[in-house]
Design a protein around this ligand. Structure first.
Ligand code: ADE
Ligand code: ZN
Length: 322
């Protein structure tokens, strides 16, 4: 079965993590940067585990050095998403990689990405919104600067604030100042949690940072009382099954807990995270779920409806997507 042409909404996609290896290789060649060590024999990204993945991710990102590079990247990623039937996508973008969190530089990078998004919306019919993202292992001080960039540029395009990176570094409360600032600026809040740490950490994240959505959140399944709390509170999970399987959280699609979470009433959505790193696409995620869980069209429509309701966009945009 192929669900490639079905319209889809994606809430969890890292812009740099979506960069095709050929795109990164091309930029490295143009700039005479040697990053050959990050690729495997077939030209894909090579890494051994999640922490190595973060290093390779940052090495690949090091060739993205100007607003024009990010303009090109944004277009390339949106083209790929649109080819997979995606009509609405929220992308994590990081001031850390766009001028080192300097507000003036960030505005220039943002302008370039916004122009690319507008072009893609006109030409390909895909709508993009940006979630400014702190990188957890860069620490709370840099997260504050990132939150400042987010708050200063909140608007029609920048609609959310989030945090990815190494979940084992620091505690949620260490980032409360940044998340409070972003919330006060009117941004939607999502946090990666429940990928590399378990239920207690999910609880601490909900208490300290008050997100409406969690990136991953799948390890809530280890505590069914927490699963029920997530369902009751309407916390939306941005589940990325292909990412979880490649990174070794679960051995295969059948063992992935998304079906159990869905059946127990949790609001789940499906995303790709960093598609070329995990050899996936939105069409592949849907196809594998249809095969492994025997999900039918009605379930996929529910996923889309949940994503639409949880999207960090204004009412007008939501209406055009409904
Ligand atoms: N950044 C990019 N992908 C990530 C993931 N799966 N977890 C945490 N941070 C990330
Ligand atoms: Zn992620």
């Amino acid at each position: 079965m192929s669900l490639k042409s079905n319209p889809k909404l994606e809430l969890h996609l890292h812009l740099e993590g979506a960069a095709p290896p050929a795109f990164i290789r091309g930029l490295a060649k143009e700039k005479h940067i040697d990053i050959s060590g990050i690729f495997d024999a077939r030209g894909g990204y090579a890494y051994t585990d999640f922490w190595h993945f973060l290093k390779i991710y940052e090495a690949a990102t090091s060739v993205l050095q100007s607003p024009m590079d990010f303009h090109r990247l944004t277009l390339a990623v949106l083209e790929e998403s649109a080819a997979n039937g995606v009509i609405y996508t929220e992308m994590f973008i990081s001031p850390d990689f766009c001028g080192g969190r300097d507000l003036g530089a960030w505005r220039e990078y943002l302008h370039a990405m916004t122009e690319a998004a507008e072009q893609a919306e006109r030409d390909l019919g895909i709508t993009m919104r940006g979630i400014v993202t702190a990188i957890r292992h860069f620490g709370p001080d840099k997260a504050r600067e990132t939150a400042r960039c987010a708050a200063e540029t909140a608007g029609r395009f920048i609609t959310g604030f989030g945090m990815g990176g190494d979940e084992k570094i620091c505690e949620p409360k260490d980032f409360a100042w940044s998340f409070d600032m972003a919330r006060e600026a009117g941004l939607g809040i999502t946090v990666h949690a429940g990928e590399w740490r378990g239920p207690e950490h999910i609880r601490d994240t909900l208490t300290a940072l008050r997100p409406s959505r969690l990136g991953h959140g799948v390890r809530a399944i280890e505590d069914l009382a927490l699963v029920d709390e997530l369902a009751e509170q309407g916390i939306v999970l941005e589940v990325c099954p292909g990412s979880n399987i490649v990174l070794g959280l679960y051995p295969d699609w059948r063992a992935h807990p998304i079906g159990q979470l869905y059946d127990r009433g949790v609001k789940v959505t499906v995303s790709t995270d960093d598609p070329p790193f995990f050899h996936t696409s939105m069409a592949r995620e849907w196809d594998r779920l249809a095969d492994a869980l025997e999900w039918d069209d009605g379930v996929f429509q529910t996923l889309n409806r949940t994503a639409l309701d949880a999207a960090f966009c204004d009412a007008d945009t939501r209406a055009t997507l409904a």
